[in-house]
Design a protein around this ligand. Structure first.
Ligand code: GLN
Length: 468
């Protein structure tokens, strides 16, 4: 086995035994980057010098690939947008500080959909990322670079972000484990905001154990982010020891399992996954989340509304791209934004501005907030009857480049991940098998209640053990 193939736990064991150093591990990732990145396109940039310096200073540290919207001192932070080309971060995000304090170093910046808007990484303004399992297909998105780097062994593990599914869907497409923590579990300070009431940073890894280790490092209260409560972070690594499906009440919801548009192979893998859980001792419970059908509409009001406000700061004055064609302040704003943002980002800004405008605010934004509450209640009621929901991550396996040209069909990728994001609860993606014809990976999703990551990881680990 080569060093770049290792996961976090294996790396930590080897480092502790002195079998290799952090410099060896980091160098192995860099060599792999040179050998493979031209083909996969997982990374946008890789500051080899900084990574090796950090490794030298922290000989037991494990390198982690960072989605290009998280600030790391001295590094670019483009959000895969032309508007942020040339921007260099003056500070570390809290998650980066937490990584460094817990035996990790940031190494390399991975691609994404521009400002995390998308489900295939095709919306990146800066590069193409291919699925390591089939180069003619997308890696998913928006954390497509993270997923491709993990799935293609171009890193040990990566950070992604999830607003409506951006950790879970690409994890499913690239055979990774991904965890979207509960809203507030992980600090967003220094993470470029897309939709502030939804965004969360989370681990994308080669095993559930690695996800537990990385989440433990990331999570916790942060003075710089008022949404992070002062709740102790459990020892997630310990929590998964001896995990078992015995007696776990798994919720089956028809709103997730009997949907039109679910690929036949995804359905087959889902059914097999449920059967394996039952055989391993899980109790299957039927539950219903009746407001699921409104989640997509609610998300595409709330997320663009928040994005339109968050992205107002990119005005050609304070950060990155400034139009050369500008003649006055007004044209500086409009031309810099027109030239800098891609089509999907513009679409969201326009939608968001519309739903927030006076006259439409109550009809769209206000109403969406009310329905969001009903969606949250659906989850409360479901979790009164079960420990976790088991659902697909996405309706299909990885699709071909250009297959979802229409924005609406692209949005439908997040059918199964958006409701839990709106409810603020936690969820994971765990590899479940491969399609029989195309040999593409498919993951299942587990969803638990808010701040129930211990339970979520235990169930995910138990599933990982029986899915093999
Ligand atoms: N695909 C969804 C969107 O385009 C979710 C993105 C995300 O979670 N960042 O908004």
């Amino acid at each position: 086995m080569q060093l770049f193939e290792l996961g976090i736990k294996q790396s930590q064991v080897g480092l502790a035994k002195g079998e290799f150093s952090s410099v060896d591990l980091t160098q192995s990732i860099i060599d792999r980057y040179h050998a493979k990145n031209a083909e996969i396109g997982a990374y946008l940039t890789f500051d080899e010098e900084q990574a090796l310096e950090l490794a030298k200073a922290n000989p037991k540290a494990v390198p982690i690939a960072i989605k290009d919207l998280i600030n790391v001192t001295g590094q670019p932070c483009t959000c895969a947008s032309k508007i942020l080309k040339g921007y260099v971060s003056p500070y570390d995000a809290t998650v980066i500080k937490n990584l460094k304090a817990n035996g990790f170093i940031p190494a390399g910046r991975v691609n994404m959909d521009e400002f995390a808007m998308g489900s295939s990484t095709e919306n990146s303004g800066l590069g193409v990322t291919r699925n390591p399992y089939d180069l003619t297909r997308v890696p998913g998105g928006s954390s497509g670079g993270s997923a491709a780097a993990v799935g293609g062994d171009l890193c040990i593990a990566a950070l992604g972000t999830d607003t409506g599914g951006s950790i879970r869907q690409p994890a499913s497409f690239c055979n990774c484990v991904g965890v979207k923590p509960s809203y507030g579990r992980v600090s967003r300070f220094g993470v470029t905001a897309f939709a502030s009431s939804l965004d969360q940073v989370g681990p994308m890894t080669k095993s559930v154990e690695d996800a537990a280790i990385l989440l433990k490092a990331l999570a916790g209260h942060d003075e710089m982010d008022g949404t992070t409560p002062k709740i102790e972070v459990p020892d997630y690594e310990k929590a998964i020891e001896g995990a078992s499906m015995k007696g776990v009440k798994l919720g089956l919801a028809k709103e997730y399992l009997e949907t039109a548009g679910m690929d036949g192979e995804v359905k087959r893998i889902m059914d097999a996954a449920i059967a394996k859980c039952e055989a391993a001792g899980a109790e299957l419970v039927e539950v219903s989340l009746p407001h699921t059908e409104y989640a997509m509409a609610v998300y595409y009001i709330i997320a663009p509304a928040e994005a339109s406000a968050n992205l107002a700061r990119f005005d050609g004055v304070r950060y990155g791209h400034r139009s050369e064609a500008a003649k006055d302040v007004f044209s500086l704003y409009t031309k810099s934004r027109s030239e800098g943002f891609g089509a999907e980002v513009k679409r969201r800004i326009i939608m968001g501005t519309y739903v927030l405008s006076s006259g439409y605010y109550d009809a769209y934004y206000g109403k969406a907030q009310k329905v969001r509450t009903l969606i949250k209640r659906d989850f409360d009621e479901a979790f009164a009857k079960c420990d976790a929901l088991i659902t697909p991550c996405a309706p299909t396996p990885a699709f071909k480049f250009g297959a979802n040209q229409d924005p609406l069909t692209m949005y439908l990728n997040d059918l199964y991940t958006i409701p839990s994001a709106l409810a603020g609860v936690c969820a994971s993606a765990v590899p479940a098998g491969f399609t029989s014809d195309t040999k593409l990976p498919v993951g299942v999703q587990f969803i638990c209640g808010g701040f129930e990551e211990e339970k979520l990881l235990k169930i995910s680990k138990a599933f990982e053990d029986i899915a093999k």
